[in-house]
Unconditional design. Structure first.
Length: 198
């Protein structure tokens, strides 16, 4: 059987650094999320006698945004409220037009938002191909190994907690309201991938 050539669509704040490092050691193929031109890479893999496998890591959208807060919070611990407001401003910009997401149209605000704050559905639409889902969670390293046979030791040492207590209740409520559609989409993908009961 020919070797698997993993082609990874990177979504920011989903363990990408560790995954990319492991893929680099295995000489795997990485498709950057900003320009998922993986069709050419798939052909290259097939021509090299490999079995191309497209995959990504899909994280709970609210947890992902809380991780964004920690990213900003770590840059300036003396101004936590300011950093929380920065988070809200970016998320509001990225989730300005939910109807456009469901219609598969990129709203103008999405083009201006940082890639870290765009809807995860935006990345999957750009891929224009079914995505192999590797859920993000406590056993992420085990799931990736089971899916593509890739060892990622760093992820076994990563603590996956629930640090949202550092965000105000009002902020958490707004995040969940903005991301209700993404959370529903995430849950359907978890069911489809077998990571959650139907």
């Amino acid at each position: 059987m020919p070797p698997v050539a993993p082609i990874y669509i990177h979504i920011p704040k989903t363990g990408g650094t560790s995954i990319l490092a492991a893929l680099g050691q295995k000489r795997g193929l990485h498709v950057p999320v900003q320009d998922p031109g993986f069709q050419k890479r798939i052909r290259r893999a097939e021509e090299a006698g490999q079995r191309p496998l497209l995959f990504t890591v899909f994280r709970n959208p609210v947890e992902r945004m809380v991780s964004m807060f920690h990213y900003y919070h770590s840059m300036d611990l003396s101004r936590p409220r300011t950093q929380e407001n920065v988070l809200l401003a970016h998320v509001a910009q990225a989730y300005d037009n939910c109807d456009a997401f469901w219609q598969g149209v990129d709203p103008p605000s999405l083009a201006n938002a940082s890639v870290m704050f765009r809807s995860q559905r935006w990345f999957f639409r750009k891929a224009k191909r079914p995505v192999e889902v590797v859920p993000f969670g406590e056993r992420l390293a085990d799931r990736i190994k089971a899916r593509i046979g890739l060892e990622i030791p760093h992820l076994n040492r990563t603590r996956h907690g629930s640090p949202d207590e550092e965000l105000s209740p009002g902020t958490m409520e707004r995040l969940r309201t903005w991301m209700a559609g993404d959370e529903d989409y995430w849950q359907r993908l978890m069911v489809r991938s077998g990571a959650a009961p139907a």
